[in-house]
Design a protein around this ligand. Structure first.
Ligand code: NAI
Length: 255
């Protein structure tokens, strides 16, 4: 039996990269996936691809995950259409490249709001739905996408790395709070993966070479390799795992 048969799942930032691949994998294993993001055209392209296949299904929901009103509308939509939610993947995120001394406070806020505050807002609103809508399904899961940078500091990304370190710890706190409700909460920390987020950087051969040199496996990751671990954390195969962070970095941290 497909691991996500009859499950309702939300993936934020599903229009590209890791979120797109995660949506594909959840749907391929039977889930109905609600694709959340700001740009309908990107989400619709993913939905079309998913819906062409027979296994799962997907719907598009336009929302900015930093906006409480958008998230409230998403929660209402899920409540009225499905009455329940089994899987939430908080994947939407962004990055920057500025030193603390040069940083505008608005840039600090942009990164913290997109990467951290959004995880709080979405987990709170949809978590309420997951807690309240107990439909006899014993295993529910939240997976928050953090980063290798949440483990290891990097120059020019103090706002990014601090937001991702906070996502790892937020996930552990939420795991404690939600455990009595049968909701597991884990984070996944990707290393460098080829996505639109890293596209510009990877155009620089020296940057790409440095990543390869610093990675035990000697290569940049693929978004589907991160998505596989997110999908595992969301599945019943991870039924005894909560409050964990899964590092998927090709062995960067051990080098
Ligand atoms: P991506 O840029 O392809 O995906 C991020 C998605 O989030 C985009 O579709 C973007 O439109 C969406 N998004 C951004 N702000 C949003 C908002 N306010 N509301 C709704 N959607 C929003 O990049 P990628 O790499 O797939 O990123 C996914 C996650 O993985 C991010 O949280 C990122 O920080 C994390 N990550 C990625 C790494 C990489 O090497 N690609 C490494 C470590 C972490």
């Amino acid at each position: 039996m497909a691991r996500f048969a009859n499950k309702i799942a939300v993936v934020t930032g599903a229009g590209s990269g890791i979120g797109e691949k995660t949506a594909h994998q959840l749907a391929a294993e039977g889930a109905t996936v609600i694709l959340v993001g700001r740009t309908p055209s990107k989400l619709e392209r993913v939905a079309e691809q998913i819906n062409e296949k027979k296994d799962g299904a997907s719907v598009v929901f336009q929302a900015d995950v930093t906006k409480e009103e958008d998230i409230a509308a998403l929660s209402d939509f899920i409540q009225s259409e499905y009455g329940t939610l089994h899987v939430l993947v908080n994947n939407a995120g962004t990055s920057g490249n500025t030193t603390i001394l040069e940083m505008e406070t608005s840039e600090w806020d942009r990164i913290q709001d997109t990467n951290l505050k959004s995880v709080y807002l979405v987990s709170k609103s949809l978590g309420r739905l997951m807690v309240d809508q107990e439909d006899g399904e014993s295993d529910r899961a939240i997976v928050n996408v953090a980063s290798l940078s949440g483990h290891k500091a990097g120059a020019k990304i103090p706002h990014y790395s601090s937001s991702k370190a906070a996502v790892i710890h937020f996930s552990k706190s939420l795991a404690l709070e939600f455990a009595p409700h049968g909701i597991r909460v884990n984070s996944v920390s990707p290393g460098f993966a080829e996505t639109p987020l890293t596209e510009e950087g990877l155009k620089n051969q020296r940057f790409e070479d440095a990543i390869k040199r610093n990675t035990a496996l000697g290569r940049v990751g693929k978004p589907e390799e991160i998505a596989q671990v997110i999908t595992f954390a969301a599945s019943k195969e991870a039924s005894y795992m909560t409050g964990s962070d899964l590092l998927v970095d090709g062995g960067w941290l051990i080098k």
